[in-house]
Design a protein around this ligand. Structure first.
Ligand code: ATP
Length: 510
């Protein structure tokens, strides 16, 4: 299903609303509705269980969003957490200079692609795309231009050369995508951290930041946690929480938000062992995604071209979103950068005594960091399907179905009396509902024809519908309808909890 339909489905069925919608919304801020918050909680639960419950040497914390301002000086965020900003003087729109240049290169790539498509049509089965790209003079010329533009961009970004970026925009004749104007301001650094003011201190001293990542709450608590839990290296600290970034351009729904949630784990290790653990966590995290039934071809690793200021190796797990492969999760070898910085600025030792080596050191860190909202979008976009299915009367109809993994589905079972106005049926259904609701989130629905009720459950991803009919009254059996196969089986009321419970049990995928 296309991206627009996905967004409207999210709203219509109570997954995601635009924040403050009655005031025309706040850009790049979203609220999760009743089903959205259930799905999000289930994603968090899966992550937490796989990290904390399944690893004896990983413990969780829940640090505050506000931190001492020196934290962000030490981490490098005050000085280096910037994006290059450029304003168009005519349209008054703001852009990221690097993205404007990347989009320019993408347009050239699109021209090459068009050329390739044309040739494919002309040459048919015998067409060799790689060969064509390597030999066709027009393709070669265009590819050389892309390489030059991206090379210049990378160089300017690496050296924080804002004037160079401005020159590149001018040289390439890049225009405002909205107005076509070339009337640009100078390119300047824009810090992505939101700030606010502490109540009882005036001026710079009292300036507080909303954390742009949850990781720093873990670093500053490294010794507290290590001492209070007596963990030995290697060990990890996990955390789920809100992070805030004043993104210059925030598009693509919940992919890039200004307030979002991260699930991060910092794994503390011996210096020199980082590549071993980096490989371990790459593999472990990919398996986590695959265990949910995500097809392997929808996930890929992407090595970073530009390493962040703290990393000596970094890879993204990208997901095939409706707008292409983009970062879903990052795995970074952060060396001892953060702990050393905090040690230097706080004047407090942040070292570990390794009894096996009989020495003190500042541990190295490998981090896994995934955006909860991006994971949500990945799961929704992969699950939402429009299908043609047979109707009860033998005809066909289309349905919107959300094929979420049963472990993630917001509602696990819908309990449906076949008819609304037969009291014996609604009473029996109520009893079944009351019995099941202590075990998992269930929904009772008696309104409309049964087919329409099934469709409503399909649209929110409920894996099972239990229907109470006249046979139920005779022998205490019900039908259990499977969302994906549409198969209906007759089972005893006492069997429902066992069958459903097995399917939604995280331990089967952990
Ligand atoms: P991008 O390059 O897409 O801006 P990033 O490399 O800055 O992402 P990290 O700093 O590695 O992202 O953050 C870790 C994870 O947090 C990302 O993999 C992503 O899932 C999530 N994330 C980062 N920024 C946002 C955002 N603005 N909205 C939603 N999720 C985000």
């Amino acid at each position: 299903m296309d991206f627009k339909n996905l967004i409207s489905h999210c709203k219509e069925y109570g997954f995601i609303y635009q924040s403050s919608e009655i005031y025309d919304g706040l850009s790049a801020v979203y609220d999760y509705g009743p089903y959205g918050s259930e799905l999000k909680n289930n994603i968090k639960q899966y992550w937490w269980k796989s990290m904390v419950q399944m690893h004896e040497n990983i413990v969780g914390i829940d640090a505050a969003i506000f931190m001492h301002p020196k934290t962000w000086k030490a981490s490098g965020h005050v000085d280096a957490f910037n994006d290059p900003l450029v304003d168009n003087k005519d349209s008054k729109k703001r852009y990221r200079a690097d993205q404007l240049i990347e989009e320019y290169a993408e347009k050239i790539e699109a021209k090459i692609q068009k050329e390739v498509e044309k040739a494919k049509e002309k040459f048919g089965d015998s067409f060799d795309e790689a060969m064509y790209r390597q030999t066709n003079p027009r393709c070669l010329e265009r590819q050389a231009e892309i390489d030059k533009v991206l090379g210049d961009l990378a160089e300017a970004m690496k050296t924080s050369d804002m004037a160079g970026l401005g020159q590149l925009i001018a040289d390439l004749n890049i225009t405002d995508p909205e107005s076509g104007s070339k009337n640009w301001t100078e390119v300047r650094q824009f810090n992505l951290m939101f700030n606010t003011q502490l109540g009882n201190i005036a001026g710079e001293e009292g300036k507080l930041y909303l954390r742009p990542e949850t990781a720093q709450g873990i670093f500053v608590n490294f010794l507290n946690v290590q001492k209070s839990t007596r963990q030995k290296i290697p060990f990890g600290i996990a955390q789920i929480g809100k992070a805030f970034r004043n993104e210059i351009v925030a598009r693509q729904f919940i992919f890039r938000m200004r307030e979002f949630e991260q699930m991060e784990m910092q794994f503390f290790i011996r210096p020199g062992e980082e590549m071993k653990w980096y490989e371990y966590w790459k593999e472990t995290r990919l398996k986590w995604h695959l265990a949910l039934g995500t097809p392997a071809e929808k996930l890929r690793f992407h090595d970073h071209d530009n390493l962040a200021h703290y990393a000596n190796a970094a890879v993204d797990i990208q997901f095939d979103f409706p707008f292409g492969f983009r970062e879903l999760e990052g795995i970074h070898s952060r060396t001892d950068f953060d702990l050393s910085q905090h040690q230097a600025l706080s004047g407090k030792k942040l070292q570990y005594f390794d009894p096996e080596l009989n020495e003190n050191y500042v541990p190295f860190v490998v981090e896994t960091s995934i955006g909860c909202d991006r994971m949500f979008l990945a799961m929704m976009s992969q699950a939402l399907k429009q299908e043609t299915v047979p109707d009860a009367d033998g005809k066909e109809s289309t349905r919107d179905v959300l094929k979420l993994h049963p472990c993630l589905a917001p509602v696990k079972v819908a309990v449906l009396p076949l008819l609304k106005n037969k009291e014996e049926l609604t009473k029996a259904a109520g009893e079944v509902f009351n019995k099941l609701k202590t075990k998992f989130l269930c929904q009772y629905d008696e309104k409309d024809a049964i087919g329409r009720r099934y469709r409503r459950q399909d649209a929110i991803g409920t894996p099972y519908c239990v229907t109470i009919d006249f046979e139920t009254l005779e022998n205490n059996t019900v039908t259990l309808r499977d969302r994906d196969t549409l198969e209906q089986i007759r089972i005893g009321i006492d069997e429902i909890a066992g069958i459903v419970g097995e399917k939604i049990d995280f331990s089967n995928i952990l």
